[in-house]
Design a protein around this ligand. Structure first.
Ligand code: GDP
Ligand code: MG
Length: 168
């Protein structure tokens, strides 16, 4: 099915996770089928990137911006929660993110856990099974993605879209 088929219902997806896990790159990869490396993208506060439909918000993970982003949680129908498979702290913080999500997001929000930078096999410190286990504990779907190679990026957004459409 074409991607437009999934998007005939407008919905709002927000990307969450620690700084530098790859939120902006995943979004750019999804939007443009491109990968921007290095420090090309400077995310300040909320990156407000809007594709006609769906509306996808990109946020900075920094603590000091949290108060700003809380307001956006309430409007999001889906949350993509990212960690970096080469960063243990980013994985350990997922629990804190989920606590925050349960506090601020809509009760029926669609959540998906993504272990990003799957292309960096040599630097991996978080095992696939650890991601799977955590996702299972919270009852959310899980995938490993790479904004660099594009692996599973479209698939993740499609899965979210399918779930939202199913609920609509
Ligand atoms: P954000 O702070 O979560 O928005 O993270 P960015 O999207 O700005 O990415 C942070 C850094 O990680 C940048 O240097 C990106 O080039 C790099 N990066 C993001 N995603 C990937 C990925 O899937 N693979 C690799 N190898 N690098 C990535
Ligand atoms: Mg960013």
């Amino acid at each position: 099915a074409s991607i437009n088929e999934y998007y005939d219902i407008a919905f709002k997806v927000m990307l969450l996770g620690d700084s530098a896990v790859g939120k902006t790159c995943v979004l750019v990869r999804f939007k443009d089928g491109a990968f921007l490396g290095g420090n090309f993208i400077a995310t300040v506060g909320i990156d407000f990137r809007v594709r006609e439909r769906p509306k996808i918000w990109d946020t900075a993970g920094q603590e000091r911006f949290r108060s700003v982003t809380h307001a956006y949680y309430r409007d999001a129908q889906a949350l993509l929660l990212l960690y970096d498979i080469t960063s243990k702290p980013s994985f350990d913080n997922i629990r804190a993110w989920l606590t925050e999500i349960h506090e601020y997001a809509q009760k029926d929000v669609v959540i998906m856990l993504l272990g990003n930078k799957a292309d960096m096999a040599a630097e991996r410190v978080v095992k696939t099974e650890e991601g799977e286990k955590l996702a299972k504990e919270y009852g959310v779907p899980f995938m490993e993605t790479s904004a660099k190679t594009g692996v599973n990026v479209e698939l993740a957004f499609h899965a979210i879209a399918r779930e939202l459409k199913h609920r609509a």
